[in-house]
Design a protein around this ligand. Structure first.
Ligand code: ZN
Length: 259
């Protein structure tokens, strides 16, 4: 998971929201939640969703806000996720600042074998503590060699917050697949998130060995590599999938070289 800096609300979205709110026929005024969730969803369906998808993909560098898979600004690739669920906040339901672009969670590739869905496909309307728009939280995210995503206990965040964030990763967004009671991963998500992250870790190790053999693995060298990766997350650039994993291990190595 990586930090997302929201752009300002696109004009076309703003105009549509004003139209919905100010047209008495839309029924917006009389919507009460949760009982009128269906009506509110219908109003949301009238939003300029293609433009919203395009803008979300841009500000998220083509990556799912939760799992960092590639998303494209197409209806079947990017879902518009309400960070605060639509059924609990009428105002936020139409607020671009509350939207995240997320993947299909594996709905497209689940074939009955032992696997679970992830991201929005499994979250439904549950509340979240973990928030990709919170920089401090995102800086506390780490990855293990086996491909697991976790919240670092040494991140300086409140231990209770860390617990709640970890719960969101494991149980609400299911980014670590299915775990048994002891916390061991028994099977992956349908989107193979754990396997993808693990294979990135493996290729990073090979890369480090190669650089080490060539005697170029210095602090300065690695700093440049980190900056190159961070450039992918600037402006409207499209970043490589799971870029957070690479950044995490590169930065960790950098710290080790620093000692
Ligand atoms: Zn996802």
């Amino acid at each position: 998971m990586i930090y997302i800096q929201k752009h300002r609300t696109p004009d076309i979205v703003q105009r549509k929201v004003s139209e919905i709110i100010n047209t008495p026929d839309s029924g917006y005024e009389f919507i009460r939640l949760p009982e009128n969730t269906k009506q509110l969803r219908e109003l949301f369906e009238n939003m300029p969703k293609d433009e919203i998808r395009k803008e979300l993909c841009k500000e998220q560098h083509g990556l799912c806000a939760y799992c960092m898979r590639r998303i494209e600004p197409k209806r079947n690739s990017t879902q518009i996720e309400h960070y605060i669920a639509l059924s609990v906040d009428k105002q936020k339901a139409l607020d671009y600042q509350n939207y995240l672009g997320v993947c299909d969670g594996g709905k497209g590739n689940k074939k009955g074998r032992a696997s679970v869905l992830c991201c929005e496909a499994v979250r439904e309307e549950k509340g979240l503590t973990i928030n990709p728009r919170d920089k401090r939280q995102m800086e506390a995210i780490g990855y293990k060699r086996n491909g697991e995503i976790f919240v670092r206990r040494d991140s300086g965040l409140d231990p209770e917050l860390v617990d709640n964030m970890q719960k969101d990763l494991d149980e609400v967004l299911v980014l670590n697949g299915k775990k048994d009671i002891s916390g061991k991963i028994v099977f992956d998500t349908a989107t193979q998130l754990v396997a993808h992250r693990r294979s990135i870790y493996d290729s990073i190790c090979t890369q480090f060995e190669r650089w080490d053999k060539k005697k170029c693995l210095t602090k300065e060298f690695l700093k440049e590599k980190i900056e190159d990766l961070e450039k992918q997350l600037q402006g409207d650039r499209i970043a490589e999938p799971y870029i957070g994993v690479k950044l995490y291990f590169y930065k960790r190595k950098y710290k080790k070289l620093d000692r």
